[in-house]
Design a protein. Sequence first.
Length: 250
Amino acid sequence: MSREAPPDAFGRTAREYELGRPEWPVEFLDRVVGEMGIGPDACVLDLGAGTGKLTRALVPRFARVVAVEPDDAMRAVLEEVVPGVESLAGSAEAIPLGDGEVDAIFSGEAFHWFATSSTLEELARVLRPRGRLAILWNIFQEEDPPLGTEARALLDEAFERGGVPGLARVLSGRWREVFAGSAFEELHEDEYEHELAVDRETFVARMLSVSSIAVQPEEDRTAFAERLRELLPAETHQRFRVVAYWTRLA
């Protein structure tokens, strides 16, 4: 089996993560929140909040938003770009909130890293009765113009050095297995496609923020970024498939 990239290197690339990762589509979030039946007076948790890509979209929607992120560097960027947010150090297995404190939990781009039975038990602890859980991912589909042969080979070599990125865990669906026999009901699913115009630096930043590249030595990352810049056009159009899964406590 191929070696997997570790989940704990993102702090080394917090600035690149903030620049390179796409925002969540407003209309899709509105749709998911509506289907989940969460009102504006709710208290919600953004778990594994990273640099606050999802947090900033939740803040105007709900009365109280708590962002929990274990990495200090990622959390520092979050607090800078989402000023005044309630930001706490913590993990999915040890959430620094009281029993039954939140109406809903959101997790964007993170659940595959901590999809365990103990995590679900902790989520159930902090949720109020019939509390909701939403899991979201932004899945890259393709770019236009397509990457050339040299750029594709450069990326393949970088992934080979650093290990299989976390996306493989998402696409495998293995994360679903923990819900069997848990305190949560059946998962509901929705998806949405959108396209973004991405300049060269944003493209490079997104690739540097991938787990298998973030984990590599700084000199290797620098060399990779310099060569990738040489091979990219000034702008590309990238298509993403946003997927959302939600459930609630039984």
